[in-house]
Design a protein around this ligand. Structure first.
Ligand SMILES: Nc1ncnc2c1ncn2[C@@H]1O[C@H](COP(=O)(O)OP(=O)(O)OP(=O)(O)O)[C@@H](O)[C@H]1O
Ligand SMILES: O=P(O)(O)OC[C@H]1O[C@H](OP(=O)(O)OP(=O)(O)O)[C@H](O)[C@@H]1O
Length: 216
């Protein structure tokens, strides 16, 4: 029998929104998948031809790009940051709505004019998107790569500005920061390994099932 199709799903906040979509696409994982205490990483589903793996959001794109998983659910922020040519993103899943923005302390923003920037130092989890955004504006960006808690960087002198995801704006507000530029709007996408899409015909109805799960 052929190896099961592996779908990579991010743990964390997207998982809660993705679970109902999986159900609507007809994918019923074993009980341990929804159990946060489970230490398992790979889960069977009611379809012997489909397994799920639970990985970090940034790693979903890597697993699928390398063909270790054939399908995945990932934020368009992660997709754009890695820009893997091996990935095809056929369905906008309409979940995980947020935006990638530049933010700085409210006191700095009071007198700052982004149009006057020629060089910026930025703390971010997204060095590629940050460089690209500023380069397009003719601004030289120096990035300090962090994996979380970017909001601490300005007050602790690591970098005066940050590039991070914003949704309600609560995290920025509670850390004395304000949004000064929006880089991109973000939603989660279904991603497919391009080579697998050609060689595994069973992926076609599966992608269609996700498409229907979103629209119907
Ligand atoms: N505030 C938010 N509102 C909506 N979607 C968000 C928000 N923050 C992040 N996302 C989406 O969820 C994905 C995962 O977010 P994030 O990287 O913050 O997760 P995490 O659980 O901290 O991951 P990890 O611990 O693996 O770094 C992001 O790539 C983005 O697409
Ligand atoms: O505008 P808000 O609604 O406050 O959302 C923004 C926050 O959400 C994300 O973090 P997340 O909650 O995923 O935490 P983590 O990155 O620290 O894991 C992001 O990195 C911001 O810190």
């Amino acid at each position: 029998m052929a190896q099961p199709i592996v779908i990579a799903v991010p743990k964390g906040r997207i998982l809660a929104e993705a679970a109902p979509l999986l159900a609507r696409a007809g994918i019923e994982p074993e009980a341990a998948f929804a159990d946060e205490d489970s230490r398992a990483l790979r889960f069977a589903t009611s379809d012997a031809g489909i397994d799920l793996i639970r990985v970090r959001a940034f790693d979903v794109a890597t697993f699928v790009a390398h063909g270790a998983a054939q399908l995945g659910i990932v934020g368009s922020d992660v997709l754009a940051e890695f820009d893997y040519p091996e990935l095809y993103a056929p369905v906008d899943l309409g979940i995980g709505h947020c935006r990638l923005s530049v933010a700085e302390p409210a006191e700095l923003a009071a007198t700052d004019d982004p149009r006057g920037w020629s060089h910026v130092r930025v703390a971010t989890k997204y060095p590629y998107l940050t460089q690209r955004h500023f380069e397009a504006r003719g601004v030289q960006a120096e990035c300090v790569k962090l994996n979380g808690a970017m909001e601490l960087a300005p007050t602790l002198g690591l970098a005066p500005r940050i590039v991070d995801l914003v949704s309600s704006g609560r995290t920025l507000k509670e850390n004395g920061l304000v949004e000064v530029e929006r880089i991109m709007d973000v939603t989660s996408r279904l991603i497919v390994n391009r080579a697998a899409f050609k060689t595994r015909p069973e992926l076609v109805p599966l992608v269609d099932a996700f498409r229907r799960a979103v629209t119907g």
